[in-house]
Design a protein around this ligand. Structure first.
Ligand SMILES: [Zn+2]
Length: 238
């Protein structure tokens, strides 16, 4: 069930219908309600952690064997949020939810500001900042989207290419492009895709890609990204 929401990006409702069709029933022989299904999908207990008392911010590692990974759990939460958040919002901001605050660990949210120009037009600026969910007084400073992208481009230059989880997909794209150049444009045959190509393409996606492409790229990075002192830093996970 978690797999379906997390990997196949099913909505809660789709899983609900699917469960119904499989004939799944609760201990009491009843259908699981949609509300309870969401509660279940959001329950951290399944990957091994629980908060006690609820809402206290005190987390404990359970002694039981987790049935899902934290990674899958996180993907499920993202999928639930994506399906709940109005489409306009999730479309406009490429980098929310993929970066955490490096000071307090809260999520990062985006807001847009419009500046009036002398000629009557407007300029749109997007800022990313700590949501301060974990620390109301978090001093984390906001960063504008251009600076954020520059920071990410800088990271692409220095991280191990294998860290770019999309390497396979990117290499495929480049090979396709090279085939087009040699086949259609008659350009000189290009050897195999190098690390330099992969980095360049990742940077191209960050600058010119669609919001979805940017999100895909970042969500495939193997390390966690944190915002600290207006800089994006890689936080190693094991
Ligand atoms: Zn913070």
């Amino acid at each position: 069930m978690f797999e379906k929401v997390g990997n196949e990006r099913w909505t809660g409702r789709q899983v609900y219908r699917w469960l119904e069709q499989t004939g799944f029933r609760t201990k009491n022989g009843k259908l699981l309600s949609l509300g309870n299904l969401y509660l279940l999908l959001r329950n951290t207990y399944y990957y091994g952690e629980f908060e006690y008392p609820v809402g206290s911010g005190e987390w404990y590692q359970g002694a039981h064997e987790p049935i899902i990974t934290k990674e899958l759990f996180d993907r499920v939460q993202e999928s639930i949020r994506d399906h709940f958040i109005p489409k306009t919002e999730s479309k406009e901001f490429a980098f929310t939810r993929l970066i955490k605050c490096g000071l307090c660990g809260s999520g990062i949210s985006a807001e847009e500001k419009f500046k009036m120009l002398k000629n009557g037009g407007t300029n749109r600026h997007v800022y990313y900042r700590c949501t301060r969910v974990r620390d109301l007084d978090c001093p984390c400073q906001a960063i504008n989207e251009e600076t954020l992208i520059d920071e990410l481009m800088g990271l692409i230059d220095v991280i191990d290419v294998d860290e770019i989880g999309m390497r396979g997909k990117i290499a495929e794209e480049i090979t396709r492009y090279n085939r087009f150049r040699t086949g259609v444009l008659g350009a000189k045959k290009h050897e195999k895709v190098s690390d330099v190509d992969v980095r360049a393409y990742a940077k191209y996606l960050l600058k010119e890609g669609t919001v979805t492409e940017k999100r895909d790229l970042l969500s495939c990075l193997k390390s966690k990204l944190v915002l600290k002192d207006r800089k994006i830093i890689i936080e190693k996970t094991d």
